[in-house]
Write a protein that binds this ligand. Structure first.
Ligand code: AMP
Length: 250
């Protein structure tokens, strides 16, 4: 079985991002970039399925700037077999990303596409669902457990107040939630080996996808700063403040 794992290059989750001084966008200059954490979980799940002998090939794919090769090399070091970069300098939106992934699905014919549920930069939570609509493949989002066999996939999903179990025919789309697994670190020998694994490059245009953005970013700003809180002496002081200062009780 073949797994396709789309991985996104994002600002590392430890970095605190600030707006540019003119508020036109987030300031990403010289920041540490990483694989989106949910995509890392997707790579880990694919590698575990390969280790169990269920999956024979893992293909990682990223759409973005040339430097996204770094994240693809990380995916290769974690256990992907080969990678595809769909290179573009455009700030590409989920619909165009899903269209690129649909074109890759048409070429590669994966049995399952494992995406992150969400990219931590745009918080879109759209790409897997849009890819589901474009391909017509069944989809299970927010997976916390995945069982795969030649007959299909069984996915446990965390929903409000409990767990939902879905059965899907293949090919299928699954998006990963936090509790699916705990990703491993790439070992030094595997990082070295990853340098020799195949990494092909194409563009949205070559795949027949118009990547022109349909929305424009108007403004980015930090939330208003909150005032520091105070510690009150006792309950009656608290009630007095709620009544007379905050005026939220009478
Ligand atoms: P989003 O819909 O942007 O929140 O992203 C959800 C998932 O779609 C990510 O975790 C990735 O698996 C995939 N994805 C989004 N953007 C890209 C991209 N530029 N390249 C590869 N995969 C992507």
């Amino acid at each position: 079985m073949k797994v396709l794992v789309p991985v996104k290059r994002v600002v590392d989750y430890n970095v605190k991002v600030r707006p540019k001084s003119d508020g036109s966008d987030a300031d990403l200059a010289n920041l540490k970039m990483s694989i989106n954490p949910f995509c890392e979980i997707a790579v880990e799940e694919a590698v575990r399925l390969k280790e169990q002998g269920i999956v024979s090939e893992i293909v990682a794919v990223s759409i973005g700037v040339q430097q996204a090769q770094e994240q693809l090399r990380t995916a290769l070091a974690l256990g992907a077999d080969r990678a595809i970069l769909i290179a573009t300098d455009v700030a590409i939106e989920p619909l165009a990303i899903a269209k690129c992934l649909k074109a890759v699905c048409d070429n590669e014919k994966p049995d399952i596409v494992l995406l992150g549920k969400q990219a931590i930069d745009g918080d879109n939570n759209q790409t897997g669902q849009m890819l589901g609509a474009l391909t017509g493949f069944p989809q299970a989002t927010f997976a916390s457990e995945l069982t795969l066999s030649a007959d299909g996939a069984t996915v446990k999903r965390e929903v409000d107040g409990g767990l939902q179990t879905l059965s899907l025919t293949l090919p299928a789309i699954v998006t990963t939630d936090l509790r699916l697994n705990e990703p491993r670190y790439a070992s030094l020998p595997n990082i070295m080996k990853a340098k020799r694994k195949p990494l092909d490059s194409t563009t949205p245009e070559e795949l027949g996808v118009d990547a022109t953005p349909r929305t424009s970013l108007l403004n980015v700003r930090l939330p208003a700063e909150r005032q520091a809180g105070i510690v009150v002496e006792d309950v009656s002081a608290l009630v007095d403040k709620l009544k007379n200062e905050a005026k939220v009780i009478s």
